[in-house]
Design a protein around this ligand. Sequence first.
Ligand SMILES: Nc1ncnc2c1ncn2[C@@H]1O[C@H](COP(=O)(O)OP(=O)(O)O)[C@@H](O)[C@H]1O
Ligand SMILES: CC(=O)N[C@@H](CCC(=O)OP(=O)(O)O)C(=O)O
Length: 250
Amino acid sequence: MEMMKKTIVVKIGGNASNQLPATFFEQLKIWWLEGKQILIIHGGGPQISQWSKKLQLPVKKINGIRVTNDETLDVTKAVLLGLVQPKLCQYIAQTGLPVIGLNASENHLLEGTYLDQAKYGEVGQVNKINQQWLETELHNQIGILAPLAQTKTGQWLNVNADMAAATIAIQMHAESLVLLTDVPGVLNSGKVVPQLTETVAADLFQQHIIKSGMMPKIKASFNALKNGVHQTFITNDLGRPGTQFQYVEK
Ligand SMILES: Nc1ncnc2c1ncn2[C@@H]1O[C@H](COP(=O)(O)OP(=O)(O)O)[C@@H](O)[C@H]1O
Ligand SMILES: CC(=O)N[C@@H](CCC(=O)OP(=O)(O)O)C(=O)O
């Protein structure tokens, strides 16, 4: 009987995807040669904001979540699936690794529901994934997946990429979740916090040391840890652990 391959989920933030260091591709190659199954969830927040501004659409985020109307949703889809994803696929293909771009419209890959339509508009969370089909796709190639979901009736939803990555990592029973961003980890007074517990995180929230885009990452990381993902990290370099999350059962 063939052993189930271990899955590693890497989320790449929009800023990070513009400046991927050599260590990123080296680590992908190492995991690939070790026989890991690799799924990359990509962001693209800064790129969506940039294109929204060019098109004179409002740019508004609440707690790191984009307020998304129908026009912003179109821009989000166009930027993620037309610009960010193909560029990442190209970079990975250039290293000689096999890669495929994926999105919610394929075989009910990501099914979602509205988060809070009155507050955020066309924004959702992922509830269900087509795990069987995804596993098959990831058997012989690295998957690059956009953070968009579809409702049961086919309405597209914009999903925060950190939250999408955590949900998908949980449902894939991933061994690790890495959130790759533009800072070396969670920072406090300019220094990386190497190990972060929920108690310390709550304290850093209260002191407004953890803000904006870092907020969904912290929530996503603890959510993943509590639901079976073995390890979660925030880093800007796959060669360094950055901040590792610690879940202490109460
Ligand atoms: N305590 C913190 N430590 C590090 N970064 C923080 C902190 N609080 C807020 N941030 C911000 O979070 C940003 C990362 O989130 P975001 O811009 O959404 O990145 P990504 O596109 O990778 O998801 C950092 O660049 C920084 O500006
Ligand atoms: C609902 C929501 O906030 N969606 C995000 C999706 C992209 C994303 O999360 O990109 P980063 O990881 O680069 O921030 C957005 O529209 O910006």
